[in-house]
Design a protein around this ligand. Structure first.
Ligand SMILES: CC(C)(COP(=O)(O)OP(=O)(O)OC[C@H]1O[C@@H](n2cnc3c(N)ncnc32)[C@H](O)[C@@H]1OP(=O)(O)O)[C@@H](O)C(=O)NCCC(=O)NCCS
Length: 343
């Protein structure tokens, strides 16, 4: 048997830079109320959301990603040509093939970097981060750009009062690179496919294309509705509150840390009540800064954790070198949690 040379990478990996892009259009709850029977007070108290951003025609998945990743690369202080891989997590890029990551890599000037998309819903950032860490330690890339990007407004049924107010658009990105010290802990991740239907697309693209009015959901004017994200809100809520707090605790244990060691907690921005409940279950001490970016960003799925991270650092609520627990969870159902040192 021929002896294959072992691959050789950095001893450890860390996040070196972060960047975000929020679309210019800010959408208050009043706009949501034009199509559903609800109230600003209900939306704020049940979800925590006050405003969200919706992308305009020019703010494509690629354009928002290039903005966010460009800032992350500048923040990391590296030249784009040194990026060896671009990983894009999204559920709202509408072409099946090619992956949007190759276009983004090209526009970033990363040369011939490996580039691919992943579909892991609201856990997408954690999945991408885990892959990036592996690539750096294994030696297949010196630096990796991980992007979470969504245009969920394209996949929102504005007449569905269970979801119309929840989603927002945006992109968040990080650069992951070599480190002498451990700065990304072990990932605790997984999937629960027996619950695949509790967050899903209303209609698959092929059924939508067939366009059978007897089969497909219709809007108030009798037109076939564009596919949208639908969910069993309470089932998701219960799963997130009970199961995800356990996963977050496992990630802390895996990193050999206790809640007292944390400076920052950045959970997926799904609902402020889910966030508050996790803080309580995890018994996070007062000194831990908790991301509640959902108030002005809504739920941006794969983009929510890097966007929240970027904002905490930009506002000075968190600082470089802080120890942060991040956890993403959502459609699949899938989840990923880890402890990171902030860039
Ligand atoms: C969507 C969500 C905010 C709804 O909150 P909830 O407290 O579970 O609301 P429920 O669906 O139980 O409805 C409670 C009541 O509010 C009403 N209601 C539902 N939507 C409403 C709306 N938009 N405005 C006003 N009332 C509404 C319901 O009819 C119900 O009324 P009833 O008590 O008279 O029957 C919440 O379930 C949630 O955030 N779930 C997780 C969502 C999520 O994170 N999804 C993404 C995956 S990561």
């Amino acid at each position: 048997m021929a002896k294959i040379k072992p691959s050789k990478g950095a001893p450890y990996a860390r996040i070196l830079g972060v960047g975000g892009y929020r679309p210019t259009r800010v959408v208050p709850n009043e706009v949501i109320l034009e199509k559903i029977d609800s109230s600003d007070e209900w939306i704020r108290s049940r979800s925590g959301i006050e405003t969200r951003h919706w992308a305009g025609p020019e703010e494509t998945v690629a354009a928002m990603s290039v903005e966010a990743a460009g800032k992350a690369i500048a923040d990391a202080g590296i030249d784009a040509s040194r990026v060896g891989a671009v990983v894009v997590s999204t559920v709202s890029h509408f072409a099946q093939t090619p992956a949007i990551a190759t276009t983004i890599a090209d526009r970033l000037g990363t040369g011939k970097a490996a580039a691919f998309d992943i579909s892991a819903g609201c856990a997408g950032f954690g999945y991408g981060l885990t892959l990036a860490k592996g690539m750096i330690v294994e030696g297949s890339a010196e630096y990796v750009v991980v992007i979470g990007v969504e245009r969920l407004s394209d996949l929102t049924d504005l007449e569905d009062r269970a979801t119309a107010f929840l989603f927002g658009d945006g992109a968040g990105a990080v650069v992951v690179g070599p480190s002498k010290e451990p700065a990304i802990g072990p990932t605790v991740w997984g999937s629960e496919g027996d619950k695949a239907t509790i967050i899903k697309q209303t209609v698959s693209w092929d059924r939508f294309h067939v366009g059978d009015v007897n089969e497909l959901p219709l809007d108030s004017e009798g037109n076939i509705k564009f596919p949208a994200i639908t969910q069993e809100g309470q089932a998701v809520f219960r799963w997130a509150v009970f199961e995800m707090a356990k996963v977050a605790k496992e990630a802390l244990d895996a990193a050999g840390l206790s809640p007292d060691d944390l400076d920052v907690f950045i959970p997926h921005q799904a609902n402020v009540r889910i966030i508050d409940s996790m803080v309580k279950t995890l018994k996070l001490p007062e000194h831990v800064t908790v991301a509640r970016d959902i108030r002005t960003t809504g739920n941006t799925s794969a983009a929510s954790i890097p966007l929240a991270m970027e904002r905490l650092l930009a506002t000075g609520e968190a600082k470089s070198g802080d120890t942060a627990l991040v956890i993403g969870f959502g459609a699949g159902l899938v989840y990923a949690a880890t402890v990171v040192t902030l860039p």
